[in-house]
Design a protein around this ligand. Structure first.
Ligand SMILES: [Zn+2]
Length: 82
């Protein structure tokens, strides 16, 4: 199985997807992958909720150290380096 490579590919596009900026084709590809991959489904669900809370709670933005910890926990450290 080459699922790991697919997951990494999905993670590359995930920020677009969660921002609602992914193309229709990309959304379909991501959603297809999420149907087949429990790991990514859980991860997207968690991350989506985190972003939702982050955007909607009347609180100061997460301090960067906390965000870094969160991203490390979610294994999304590549986003931190962009
Ligand atoms: Zn996956």
């Amino acid at each position: 199985m080459s699922q790991h490579g697919e997951c990494r590919h999905l993670l590359d596009d995930l920020s677009l997807y969660l921002d609602g900026e992914a193309s229709e084709a990309l959304c379909a590809e991501i959603e297809q992958h999420l149907r087949d991959c429990d790991n990514c489904r859980v991860m997207v669900d968690t991350l989506g909720k985190t972003i939702y809370l982050y955007q909607h709670l009347p609180q100061p933005a997460l301090p960067s150290a906390a965000r870094e910890r969160l991203y490390k926990r979610l294994d999304l450290t590549e986003f931190l380096e962009k």
